[in-house]
Write a protein that binds this ligand. Sequence first.
Ligand code: ATP
Ligand code: MG
Length: 398
Amino acid sequence: MYIPEEILLIKNGELALKGLNRSSFEDVLVKNIRRRLRPLGSFQIRRAQSTIYIEPQADGIDLDTAADRVAHVFGISAFSRARVVAKDITVICEEAPRYLADQLRTAKTFKVEAKRSDKTFPLGSPAICAEVGGAVLAQFPHLKVDVRDPELLIMVEIRDFGAYIHAAQLPGAGGMPVGTAGRSGLLISGGIDSPVAAYMMAKRGLQLTAVHFASPPYTSERAEMKVLSLLGKVANYAGRISVNIVPFTKIQEEISRRCPEELFTLLMRRFMMRIAERVAVADGCHSLITGESLGQVASQTAQALAVTDAVCTVPVFRPVIGMDKEEIIRIARRIDTFDISIQPYEDCCTVFTPRHPRTRPTVAMLEEAERCLPVEEWIEEAIAGMRRITVDAADDEV
Ligand code: ATP
Ligand code: MG
């Protein structure tokens, strides 16, 4: 059996969900971790004694990168790295101060906790703590033991096939494992808001099917490439995403030719929602996601949102609805989409923008304007011209 030098541990208390759906939640979580780590080499991922063990199965596997990947997997609030050593108290006492040297050097107080699941180990837990504590103090004499509120908690676990030493926890991504909340249709533009909205809803456990409307020749191939790059960044968290590129030129041109200019954006948005819902539902989605934020633009007033919602039968999630641009940008930077989003490009929404858009429309106004349009025919035609592309996590690209 291959015994790795260092592994990752996720304890029960570090999982984001407690109680009810625990077991199926963990199944999905383990599957998601496995998928994210596969490109890095062979790992054994197993559950035992209320812990998930992530163990590299060969020398030379990059555990820094593995830890970074695990930190992107939703469903984990914290995790730790642990050193695996022989079940020999002399070895443990040598290795604990060496493995944790950086943390011990900066800490002021510490405490050792021991857990002995292998009852054949000759020392009991209090004796292990005393030995390891003594070894640490011998090398870092500035430290004080604080059993109640230590700055650094050193854990020593004596398991079946080895001893583990670990300390500080690393922050996880939180949220729920992607897939545990089903699937949702994401309307993605090349802007700042919709990738953030995607990240936020994937965090609630939704798997994503993306829909993007393109209006060539008004929008370029580069605008489309930008959307694919953004989805790659989102996929670092949400897993592989398939995106449906829907041709939207004809609908936009026809609306601008045949309808009142002040309603143009809203009519267009109603078509987007109808088409996105149909594509999403066919792919097993039960909701839609947009990056709308209340009052940000004329088409994002409460009345405007009501007229777009009126054509949807599934709920529309708008996770950034109450956020300021600054708050949205902070998340965009953290998930690394911001720099891509601000690259100049043209979105189909910015083509044919009315000079004086309606900010207090009613559903009746929109229905009246649509009366002369072959709505169903246009929807079917757009869907018939759709292309589907699969986007993998950007981190997986070499
Ligand atoms: P973003 O920064 O996400 O582009 P925005 O503030 O620019 O948002 P709008 O352009 O009015 O707002 O778009 C609002 C929402 O409509 C977007 O967040 C996105 O969900 C959806 N959307 C806009 N353009 C497109 C498009 N070309 N394809 C798919 N969805 C779109
Ligand atoms: Mg936009």
